[in-house]
Design a protein around this ligand. Structure first.
Ligand SMILES: Cc1cc2nc3c(=O)[nH]c(=O)nc-3n(C[C@H](O)[C@H](O)[C@H](O)COP(=O)(O)OP(=O)(O)OC[C@H]3O[C@@H](n4cnc5c(N)ncnc54)[C@H](O)[C@@H]3O)c2cc1C
Length: 353
């Protein structure tokens, strides 16, 4: 299929599906539409300001145990299995163990209580001595209080995945409309998205994946924003991929190595709707990461990003279909991990519509 001219002819052309929001959820939903050979327009301002651009890229169901009901936990385990086995996802999948560690003896005692919760949830956790920890996470401080490893989980290079999805979908003929939708109207079983620049996009089906945007706050369930900051460093040496989740003087901090020199440090969580990167977050994340892995002092500091996690009232992700519309949201801390679930939910909606 020929590539559409960038968003010029969209107002005249009826689409099968219009997707409002081009973060990871919108791009995965667009992928599902193309699997069903449907014509698609994705409307997004294209300023890369969504949560998807700040995410660390952990594919770690064990890390979500404290934040989720058991049924959502099982959904995550199921999605994770598809990340490693299904070729749609495996091209981006990097296998990595998760290490849970504590800095002080108090931090380690607290982590051990969490490890018991993990074991109760069916995770195999292996105690690590210092040599084993340093083989898995070279450069880690020898003063660590203690550590355990959860068998292989995974990480993804989020920016690469988003960029690949955009270019694959463009090649497939998906129209990317660089605009902000200000309202949506419905008539004769069709949906029209009205954009800030006066353009309109018309389609038989509407999928809304707008994260924390105003468009969804008027609907139920309402979405609230939770700000999170991540830092990006690059090490000269390429150490093995690993996720290190640690309590440092009661503060949860994680450090993710992708195996190619790239390191992501995260993440803060504050109930702020402000999106700027605050100085306190950078200070504490860097302090805790350098405490844990002193060799990171030599790494290049590439930058910091902030994103607003879309949080539903009961912390559950949802995909709600109604009269030709599908609303996917509430992907709080796990939009990448749940990408296979998003694909599946969109296919179910398309097949039923
Ligand atoms: C600091 C941080 C770390 C994270 N780490 C992880 C992790 O390790 N693993 C993981 O799985 N998840 C992680 N997450 C969660 C993950 O980022 C989210 O689950 C995911 O990005 C949600 O995707 P989304 O597409 O729903 O929302 P978004 O990425 O926010 O995308 C919404 C898009 O809609 C667009 N939009 C909004 N309103 C309109 C409108 N009116 N018209 C047109 N477009 C509109 C926005 O511009 C945006 O591009 C993290 C999140 C944060 C903030």
């Amino acid at each position: 299929m020929a590539r559409l001219p960038y968003a010029r002819d969209v107002s005249e052309r009826p689409f099968d599906v219009v997707i409002v929001g081009g973060g990871v959820a919108g791009l995965v939903a667009a992928t599902a539409c193309r699997l069903r050979n449907m014509s698609v327009a994705v409307i997004d301002p294209g300023d890369d300001s969504g949560a998807s651009w700040a995410a660390a890229g952990m594919l770690s169901p064990s890390g979500e145990v404290s934040f989720t009901e058991p049924d959502v936990g099982n959904m995550m385990k199921d999605s994770f299995l598809r990340w490693s086995s299904d070729e749609t996802w495996s091209r981006w999948f990097i296998a990595a163990p998760t290490i849970y560690a504590g800095w002080t003896s108090g931090d380690w005692a607290e982590q051990q209580r969490f490890v018991e919760t993990l074991r109760d949830a069916g995770y195999e956790c292996r105690n690590l001595d210092h040599d084993q920890t340093s083989r898995m996470a070279p450069g880690i401080s020898h003063r660590l209080g203690g550590a355990v490893a959860v068998a292989e989980e995974g990480v993804v290079d989020t920016h690469r995945m988003l960029t690949d999805l955009r270019s694959d979908l463009s090649r497939e003929g998906v129209a990317f409309v660089p605009a902000r939708v200000i309202s949506v109207s419905h008539d004769d079983e069709r949906h029209t998205a009205h954009c800030h620049d006066g353009s309109t996009v018309n389609a038989r089906l509407l999928i809304e994946t707008v994260g924390v945007s105003d468009l969804s706050s008027r609907q139920s369930p309402a979405i609230r924003p939770q700000r999170g900051v991540t830092l990006h460093l690059v090490e000269k040496e390429h150490h093995p991929a690993v996720m290190l989740r640690c309590l440092v003087e009661s503060r949860p901090t994680y450090l993710l190595r992708r195996g190619d020199g790239n390191v992501v440090i995260g993440a803060t969580a504050d109930e702020s709707g402000e999106q700027f990167v605050d100085a306190y977050s950078v200070d504490h994340l860097l302090h805790d990461a350098l405490t844990l892995v002193p060799s990171l002092r030599e790494a290049e500091f590439v930058g910091a990003r902030s994103g607003l996690r879309p949080v539903s009232p009961d912390l559950r992700p949802f995909a709600l279909g109604n009269e030709g519309t599908l609303r996917i949201n509430g992907l709080f801390r796990h939009g990448y991990l749940l990408s296979p679930w998003i694909l599946e939910q969109t296919l179910l909606f398309l097949d039923a519509s």
